[in-house]
Design a protein around this ligand. Structure first.
Ligand SMILES: Cc1cc2nc3c(=O)[nH]c(=O)nc-3n(C[C@H](O)[C@H](O)[C@H](O)COP(=O)(O)O)c2cc1C
Length: 321
């Protein structure tokens, strides 16, 4: 039995708010990878609508929905995934034990972890695969360590398939992780600069010209470090000034725990609406190396040429490498 059948062992990381929506997710799944919807920051009905759009575009091909465990509405959004019978749920930004309940109805669970401890706990609770994310990823981070430091131990000491994420910049690098026992690779930032991503054109243009030193780690109001791009909004935050929300005028307590340093939801919505001044732009460390906006299919094709092993993530790991 396989965990999830995809032609290319490449996951497109879920990206909120509204960066990985139906157009990107379906383009990835149709090209042979695993498209992952960024469900965080959507309400129930928007998530449902987006899932249905993906389904209508991918037919029987697999896809997944990413939801941040740090959200107050986590269970509510998981329930929509259950009602819509999505093939898989990816849990990012925190850990959830309750999500494993969805396995009873055949939904796969892929937690994002950053340590051996969390990987082993996920395995014990029944994770179908784990996504091991390093400190070079975009968005919320569970560690600041690079992938090279954490991958070998987690791959050798767990028996669930491991998909590595965070700073994998090239197909050759992806292949080297697969040769060392990873079952797949997840990339995010590169897909955020695809034609099909939800960033508007002015944001893609801005991001494509960012210098390496402009990608920084900040403390997110969710209580985790997060990697993002320097801009007037972040300058304020780093200077201890609390930016006024622009769109979410009344706090909806979107996070289980919030430091109130700034409104995360407002800043991510501003970003997706093209507001260069007031938006928060999550991005991985590799952003400055991305020189062009590509078609999603071309990104997947680049990887599929090199990741020749036709990957079916197997249920139990019997051998590594
Ligand atoms: C714009 C953006 C938004 C993201 N949003 C989420 C999210 O909502 N949930 C999550 O678990 N990870 C999120 N991530 C992390 C990605 O899913 C992915 O794991 C990570 O970017 C992989 O590293 P890479 O960017 O170096 O390829 C986000 C990343 C970016 C760049």
């Amino acid at each position: 039995m396989s965990v999830i059948e995809i032609a290319v062992p490449l996951f497109q990381g879920g990206m909120a708010v509204r960066v990985s929506m139906a157009p990107l997710v379906s383009a990835v799944s149709r090209a042979g990878g695993l498209g992952i919807l960024g469900g965080s920051g959507l309400d129930r009905e928007e998530l449902r609508k987006e899932i249905r759009k993906v389904k209508s575009e991918v037919g029987k091909l697999p896809f997944a929905v990413n939801i941040m465990a740090a959200l107050s509405r986590f269970s509510e959004l998981v329930r929509v995934c259950v009602e819509e019978k999505v093939p898989a749920i990816v849990v990012g930004a925190g850990f959830s034990r309750e999500v494993f309940e969805v396995k009873k109805i055949g939904i796969k669970v892929f937690p994002i972890v950053s340590s051996l401890k969390a990987a082993l706990l996920s395995e014990k609770l029944g994770a179908d695969a784990i996504i091991l994310e390093s400190g070079r990823a975009g968005g919320h981070l569970g560690t600041l360590k690079p992938l090279q430091e954490i991958a070998a131990e987690v791959i050798s000491k767990t028996r669930v398939p491991v998909v590595v994420a965070g700073g994998v910049e090239t197909p050759d690098e992806a292949r080297s992780y697969i040769e060392r026992g990873a079952h797949g690779v997840q990339i995010g930032t590169r897909f955020s600069l695809s034609e099909e991503s939800g960033w508007p054109a002015n944001i893609k243009e801005f991001l494509i010209n960012v210098k390496k030193s402009d990608v920084v780690v900040i403390e997110s109001p969710a209580g985790l470090p997060a990697r993002a791009v320097m801009n007037p909004f972040l300058e304020k935050v780093l200077n201890g000034v609390k930016p006024e929300p622009r769109i979410v005028m009344k706090c909806i307590q979107c996070l289980r725990k919030c430091s109130k340093r700034f409104c995360l939801l407002d800043s991510l919505i501003c970003a997706q609406k093209g507001d260069l001044e007031n938006g928060l732009f999550f991005s991985g460390d590799q952003l400055s190396g991305i020189k062009a906006i590509s078609r999603t299919k071309d990104i997947i094709d680049e990887y599929s040429k090199v990741l020749k092993r036709d990957l079916i993530i197997s249920e139990t790991v019997t051998s590594r490498g």
